[in-house]
Design a protein around this ligand. Structure first.
Ligand SMILES: Cc1cc2nc3c(=O)[nH]c(=O)nc-3n(C[C@H](O)[C@H](O)[C@H](O)COP(=O)(O)OP(=O)(O)OC[C@H]3O[C@@H](n4cnc5c(N)ncnc54)[C@H](O)[C@@H]3O)c2cc1C
Length: 506
């Protein structure tokens, strides 16, 4: 599942694990793009920061993104005007445009060499329904005073009926960018620790105590600070934030392809399902196509489906001689009203912040979120913070999404646990997995290519949902909240932080 960004990276900065109790001004949990952007701005303002990362810097969603830096989050502005107001949509657009400029400024000020290049971004239509939505979006965006364009010619290797184009958007190498942030942070007194899993946060008087278990040495220690930022992608604390009731995760798959042909300029995405995303990346002197799509709710992959193969077949329609060089997938958090949650984690825990729900548009959203959180820590007003109020209850109005989420949870916590599995040990093929019954207990089985069996208890350690097998990535995924485990039961994706129980099968 390693992305091309992770694979080609030879200058990875290593950080030690934290191994003693300490204190700081701001403790940041998570070294993805959000945590490190917060750390960058805070360090620049003279705050002492400690960043705690359970894995390695950038190894989770940020290391598996497609890294388009754009304020065009699919066809979104007509939705915002209809669901909120023109002012709301205008502010959303303005703050995401500012984020592109902020990222560009950070890169220039710190001479970060991260393949940043300006590109046009397009949302394109290939059928009449999509075309009418694209035209409506052009009308809406223009009415907000933003200069977008309707085009019928793009650089794509197939005809489109029309597309909405935002100029002066950008793309970059996300890891090179965040390593540039790390360099600044550590050069200015900030501390970054890897292999340092936070398992609890407790309020004591006016400070927070953040508890860490050190995965390398099995030691526990803590950081004391007046401010904590939970930049852990999906918040791993359930109560009192209750984010698990208002957010789900969605998977997408990406392939990096040598097409053996001259490639286009620009970044592209389809106007509606099925979503396909195109951009290019210059890697070792070669221009590769990054092609993404096949998204589904995490934990709800179709059995016996190879999503990478489906992407490859799609690419081969346009580039028959192409060769797939990298394959990877990742998941991002989606709130029920499609807007990120940024600000206090809960009204009951002041000075504990969260930024999540970026809906696969986290390059600009993380910059927006970092500015809102940092301004709040500095007691400075941020005129855009109202767009993303983290404690809002409005998503509950979105009854369809809410119903779907509740249904998924009830099915997986209760109903599916009572259903008998059709599989048995013999019916599971090599390099595949599934759930079987042993002594009336559910057991998750994966057989590797040699037939070696790995057996786990397929119950999510977050809130007890029955896991499902993802045959493309060979992972156990939670259909309720999107936690993921590898076939050995090791937890790799939040909100769960504990591994699965494992069994020995004779
Ligand atoms: C396939 C795909 C393509 C995408 N493409 C785009 C795109 O083109 N443009 C765009 O704008 N956005 C895109 N996105 C979205 C974007 O990549 C994400 O929104 C963004 O990377 C999220 O960053 P983050 O810092 O919140 O999370 P992460 O990068 O996941 O960072 C969170 C970090 O917290 C750590 N952590 C978690 N729990 C703990 C704990 N308990 N203790 C210590 N550390 C912890 C994790 O290990 C992780 O490193 C895409 C997403 C996907 C899935």
């Amino acid at each position: 599942m390693n992305s091309l960004w992770l694979d080609i990276n030879k200058n990875y900065p290593h950080f030690t694990n934290i191994n003693q109790n300490t204190s700081t001004d701001v403790c940041i949990i998570g070294a993805g793009i959000l945590g490190l952007t917060c750390a960058y701005y805070l360090t620049k303002l003279g705050y002492k920061v400690i960043v705690l990362e359970r894995d390695k810097v950038g190894y989770k969603t940020t290391g598996h993104t497609t890294a388009k830096i754009t304020s065009q989050h699919g066809l979104f502005y007509d939705y915002l005007v209809n669901s909120y107001s023109s002012k709301f949509a205008k502010d959303y657009l303005e703050v995401n445009e500012k984020a592109i400029e902020n990222i560009s400024n950070i890169i220039n000020e710190n001479s970060i060499s991260c393949d940043f290049e300006l590109q046009n971004n397009y949302v394109y239509a290939t059928n009449d329904l999509q075309l009418s939505c694209v035209k409506k979006e052009v009308e809406t965006v223009s009415s907000l005073g933003f200069n977008c364009e309707f085009v019928t010619k793009t650089g794509l290797p197939f005809d489109v009926l029309g597309a909405i184009c935002f100029k002066n958007q950008a793309q970059f190498h996300p890891l090179k960018y965040i390593y540039g942030l790390c360099k600044f942070i550590t050069a200015h007194g900030g501390q970054i620790y890897e292999n340092s899993l936070v398992y609890d946060i407790k309020k004591e008087n006016s400070n927070y105590i953040t508890y860490i278990s050190n995965s390398k040495e099995g030691l526990n220690c803590h950081v004391e600070s007046p401010f904590v930022i939970m930049a852990s992608h999906y918040p791993f604390l359930n109560i009192p934030g209750f984010y698990f009731t208002k957010m789900y995760q969605s998977n997408s798959y990406v392939i990096a392809v040598d097409t053996k042909k001259t490639l286009f300029n620009g970044m592209y995405i389809t106007a509606s399902d099925p979503i396909f995303s195109f951009r290019t990346a210059n890697i070792n002197g070669k221009k590769l196509l990054l092609f993404g799509g096949e998204e589904h709710k995490t934990g709800q992959s179709v059995p016996n489906t190879n999503y990478y193969l489906m992407l490859e077949n799609e690419v081969k329609k346009y580039y028959p001689d192409s060769e797939v060089l990298y394959r990877w997938s990742a998941n991002d958090c989606v709130s029920l009203d499609k807007l990120p949650y940024v600000g206090p984690y809960s009204n009951l825990l002041p000075n504990l912040y969260v930024g999540t729900g970026f809906k696969k548009w986290g390059m600009t959203s993380s910059n927006v979120a970092a500015n809102i959180i940092v301004d709040s820590i500095c007691k400075k007003e941020n005129k855009y913070s109202y767009l993303f109020t983290s404690t809002r209850l409005k998503p509950l109005k979105n009854s369809n999404e809410m119903k779907n989420m509740l249904q998924d949870s009830v099915t997986s916590i209760f109903i599916n646990k009572l259903k008998k599995s059709d599989l048995n040990l013999d019916s599971i093929c090599n390099n595949s997995g599934g759930i079987i019954e042993v002594n009336n207990q559910k057991v998750g089985i994966y057989k590797d290519t040699d037939g070696t069996i790995y057996a786990v208890k397929p119950i999510c350690t977050h809130l007890g949902c029955l896991l499902s097998w993802n045959d493309t990535d060979k992972t156990w995924d939670c259909p309720c909240h999107g936690s993921r485990y590898n076939f050995k039961g090791i937890n790799i994706i939040n909100p769960a932080i504990k591994n699965l129980e494992t069994y020995y099968i004779e």
